[in-house]
Design a protein around this ligand. Sequence first.
Ligand code: NAD
Length: 275
Amino acid sequence: MAYNLLKGKRGIIFGALDENSIAWKVAEKAYEEGARFVLTNAPVAMRMGEINKLAEKTGSEVIPADATSLEDLENLIDKSMEILGGKLDFVLHSIGMSVNVRKNRPYTDLRYDWLTKGWDVSAVSFHKLMQLLYNKEAMNEWGSIVAYTYIAAQRVFPDYNDMADNKAYLESIARNFGYWFGKKFKVRVNTISQSPTPTTAGKGVKSFEIFLDYADKMSPLGNATAEDCADYTITLFSDLTRKVTMQNLYHDGGFSTTGVSQDIMEIFTKQSEEK
Ligand SMILES: NC(=O)c1ccc[n+]([C@@H]2O[C@H](COP(=O)([O-])OP(=O)(O)OC[C@H]3O[C@@H](n4cnc5c(N)ncnc54)[C@H](O)[C@@H]3O)[C@@H](O)[C@H]2O)c1
């Protein structure tokens, strides 16, 4: 059901790789809610060609940009304002990648060139993006910038590896830039801390399916899906959340505040009965 929440709003959506991507669902919903936007992803991700289907469906243009390249980001922002005919109301940073995770390198034996690459893609890119938006005065007043994160930034999830540190850094950037963006432009900046979600990035984490099940059983409302996350993101882009800023917002069915659930206790009770 659509509510016209983003009628007349313009934005940029990063990170729609395929139809499982959280950003893909956001683009579909933003379109339904009346927004116009530019889609972007890393040039290598374009090779799959999937994003063109989304562009067609949502009447959007696609501009490739490596989120670590200031030149690409500058071109993206300038062209997006040209195409959309004005400043931006919302920007979604839905980007994450760790080379150490991809190559199964343990946290106790990281390669630092890979760490630096993953940190740049997953965290510093958010600063680069906001610095350009800020200096170009590219955001409208009461605009909204959102990035996605994971609770491994606060609590230890061993297989999340160096992505945990990247997410902690990303959340810190959101708080700090949120201050400057709020003061000067009345723009809000938040991170959404999402449940584990079966996407390309999610499935890259070791034993992901088991972990997905664990998180689901730990959360009173069950895991939040990519669609749920897109709905929440739309509210943050809408005018209904104008004073929410510099927050890390848990969107996880209650996982983050649950110590243990009865579902998990049942599994251990069965185990001890079988002994
Ligand atoms: N899937 C999960 O379990 C989960 C949970 C919490 C948070 N998140 C976060 O959600 C966000 C979106 O991930 P997703 O789960 O939809 O997976 P996804 O794999 O569909 O999206 C990740 C995106 O990052 C893009 N990307 C990688 N390097 C890039 C670069 N240099 N420049 C521009 N784009 C680049 C990829 O092309 C891809 O589109 C990420 O920040 C991820 O960490 C995911």
